[in-house]
Design a protein around this ligand. Structure first.
Ligand code: ZN
Length: 234
């Protein structure tokens, strides 16, 4: 009895993790329907287990349930997107503050290899792979900060931000500033944590600059303008 319960939870988690990964790499887009019947068949799971997985995903704010219509990939509003960006800044700065004294040759080598891999992937044309590796550098730094709560929060915010990017990004080819990463690493290696912190702040600002909400509000205004013109009612 207990075993089968654990098993169900496991399958729910596998389904949730699969959908989460598909959202992160951009295969599933904001507003896409998460079809319960196909999920159940593919994973050989009951509807209950599938719903459990979708509930988990909704708790992570990556899916939303619409009454009588099923579950969909979440569509963050501009306000939510702004809050996510602000939260990411706080979390990334907390990571930078926790790094002094925690990095040695082994860690520097891993970070250098991560940047090398980013350079290689970004010179290629595999857009999915580019998205898949987008958070790697930040994820590894957060791991080195040695605070798992912080790491978990940052991972969740970065995954939710992949939905924000899909909706509001100006250039649809986020390189996540490989040159910025290299600069941050140089400062860390030199033991200049203040400069590394500043470089991270500049890097985040640069990424935020690539997100545009004006168009979204503008479109709404334009829509309202059309209604006003059609109805003659302000
Ligand atoms: Zn980055």
């Amino acid at each position: 009895m207990k075993d089968s319960m654990i098993l169900s939870d496991d399958i729910s988690e596998v389904i949730c993790a699969t959908l989460r990964a598909a959202i992160f790499e951009g295969a599933l887009k904001p507003g896409d329907k998460l079809k319960e019947d196909i999920l159940a068949k593919h994973f050989g799971a009951s509807r209950t287990v599938v719903r459990g997985a979708l509930t988990m995903l909704a708790q992570q704010h990556l899916a939303e349930r619409r009454r009588n219509h099923g579950s969909f990939v979440a569509t963050p509003t501009p306000a939510e997107a702004k809050n996510l960006l602000a939260s990411r800044r706080v979390l990334e700065m907390a990571v930078m503050d926790a790094l002094p004294g925690r990095l040695n040759k082994k860690e520097f080598d891993v970070l250098a290899r991560t940047i090398e891999n980013e350079t290689k992937v970004h010179s290629g044309s595999d857009a999915t792979e580019k998205k898949r590796i987008a958070g790697d550098f930040h994820h590894i730094l957060a791991e080195y900060a040695g605070n798992h709560v912080l790491l978990e929060m940052l991972e969740n915010v970065i995954t939710r931000l992949s939905l924000v990017n899909a909706l509001y990004e100006r250039a649809n080819d986020c390189t996540c500033g490989t040159s910025h990463h290299a600069l941050i690493l140089d400062h860390l290696k030199a033991g200049d944590y203040d400069a590394a912190r500043t470089a991270m702040a500049v890097h985040l600002e640069d990424m935020e600059g690539n997100i545009a909400f004006e168009g979204v509000d503008g479109e709404k205004d334009e829509f309202l303008a059309i209604l006003e013109r059609m109805t003659g009612k302000p």
